[in-house]
Design a protein around this ligand. Structure first.
Ligand SMILES: Nc1nc2c(c(=O)[nH]1)N[C@H]1C(S)=C(S)[C@@H](COP(=O)(O)OP(=O)(O)OC[C@H]3O[C@@H](n4cnc5c(N)ncnc54)[C@H](O)[C@@H]3O)O[C@H]1N2
Ligand code: MOO
Length: 429
């Protein structure tokens, strides 16, 4: 069966010795794939405590103002500024007190009232003076400097007015979001249903780690990599057994995966070898392929298509290529499908600590070490030697990926490059 035409024709203007006509720049490939990627429908209403890590499905309007009522920001005394007329210091008798949790009281003219942080400001008071700012003697306080109107009063609704947007759709629920929802009294939160992602590694050489190998076989590392990368609360993983390089077996496995999942991620079989069957499989199943062959290294054979209602993400088999393509492209697609507004790898800039040579034509993601900041506060990064698309142990030791632009031939020590940190580094200078 012949392969269907790609949805868009490749950009013929890409040039360079590494770019056969048809290599699609990474940004373009992502844009094409996003056009294809179906958005998730379906919302789960969950108690906030069970929604950690899930994606907020809709904007949340504040059902109440925040703060809920005028309250004291300091331990001190509530007073009425009209009582501080004429030259100071002023002496006011202290009558009564309001603590956090008390019902709001009333202040009598000519008196101060003891008040504690978080307590409702008594009716008629228009400032709170901190206890450090007064002299207390017996039942009275002496005030040397008059507070300004509203001092140390947190006004009702000054942070969020009733009905204003408390949280925007597309955020994941983390500690800060959970706190904001709880502060507004919300117990349940609407989140997008989980994105179902199937992992299907292909390769007749693959054996599950822990099992013994026959000569020529290797342990499957892509499955473990993807299982870890997809370990997010907004994803439901569907782990499928590795499939041999056999078109019929692959067709059956991919077809089944596409009926169960929103995204089917395969690894391997997307290059040009005799046993690279994935494009044939997608075509035989009636799928559409939108992206094949990217101007990136590693990851040139990355392919994206649509299979029924499922997005197909065909990652290359080489373990580093599989990881890099997931990190640079795949996670953006998955995140957008799940409704995330901010998705994709964290990026920053850093200066190269050593010169780099590069063959133009494909942008290249090289594993690198982050060395820290120099005396001027500029982050320094060093590409690792000899990092090939197969060298997964090298990648595991890296702190970051450095992106060498497609057109670069030579980059000098000190040149700024885009850096994708791979773990929580402290990046501020
Ligand atoms: N003649 C050409 N050969 C190759 C090209 C090319 O353009 N012309 N591209 C190379 C590039 S770039 C890549 S990347 C690989 C990708 O090929 P496939 O996606 O078809 O992957 P496989 O051939 O199935 O496997 C490649 C490599 O990775 C190992 N592998 C596969 N799956 C796993 C796994 N789950 N765990 C661990 N290792 C895995 C596999 O044994 C191979 O060594 O093609 C180049 N060739
Ligand atoms: O570009 Mo391939 O993806 O190097 O291994």
């Amino acid at each position: 069966m012949t392969l269907r035409q790609p949805l868009h024709h490749p950009d013929p203007t890409i040039c360079g010795c590494d770019s056969a006509p048809g290599l699609v720049p990474v940004d373009q490939a992502i844009a094409r794939a996003l056009e294809l990627a179906p958005r998730l429908h379906g919302v789960d209403l969950l108690p906030t405590g069970a929604a950690t890590g899930r994606v907020l499905a809709q904007d949340i309007a504040a059902p109440v103002p925040l703060p809920l009522f005028d309250n004291a920001a300091m331990d001190g005394y509530a007073l009425c500024l009209d009582d501080l007329s004429g030259p100071g210091p002023w002496v006011l008798p202290v009558a009564g007190q309001t603590r956090a949790g008390d019902r709001p009281g009333v202040i009598r003219r000519g008196q101060a009232q003891r008040i504690l942080t978080g307590a409702p400001v008594p009716d008629g008071a228009d400032a709170v003076i901190a206890q450090e700012q007064v002299m207390r003697s017996g039942g009275a306080i002496s005030i040397a400097t008059a507070p300004r109107p509203g001092q140390h009063i947190r006004r009702c609704g000054e942070e969020i007015a009733i009905g204003a947007r408390l949280l925007a759709a597309g955020r994941t629920i983390g500690a800060r979001e959970a706190a904001a929802l709880a502060a507004a009294g919300l117990r349940d939160v609407p989140v997008t249903r989980r994105l179902r992602v199937a992992i299907l590694c292909s390769g007749s050489e693959l054996v599950t780690p822990g099992a013994s190998l026959a000569p020529g076989q290797i342990w499957d590392s892509n499955h473990a990599m993807l299982a870890a990368a997809l370990d997010r609360a907004w994803i439901a993983r569907i782990a499928l057994p590795a499939c041999a390089d056999d078109v019929d077996a692959l067709c059956a496995a991919v077809d089944k995966a596409a009926t169960q999942a929103d995204i089917v991620i395969t690894t391997g079989g997307v290059s040009t070898g005799d046993e690279d069957h994935m494009a044939r499989v997608i075509a035989r199943l009636g799928g559409r392929i939108a992206v094949m062959k990217l101007a990136m290294k590693p990851g040139k054979p990355l392919s994206v298509g649509l299979l029924g209602r499922a997005l197909w993400l065909g990652l290359p088999g080489n373990p580093v290529a599989a990881y890099v393509t997931w990190h640079v492209v795949g996670q953006i697609l998955a995140g957008r499908m799940a409704g995330l507004t901010t998705t994709g790898p964290v990026k920053t800039l850093a200066a190269l600590a050593a010169p780099v040579r590069h063959k133009p034509g494909r942008c290249e993601y090289r594993p690198a070490h982050i060395l820290g900041h120099d005396a001027r506060g500029v982050l320094q990064v060093a590409c690792m030697d000899g990092a090939g698309a197969q060298q997964i142990a090298q990648l595991a030791r890296a702190d970051a990926l450095v992106m060498i632009p497609s057109e670069a031939e030579q980059m000098a020590c000190g040149d700024l490059v885009e850096v994708l940190p791979l773990h929580g580094m402290i990046l501020s200078g």
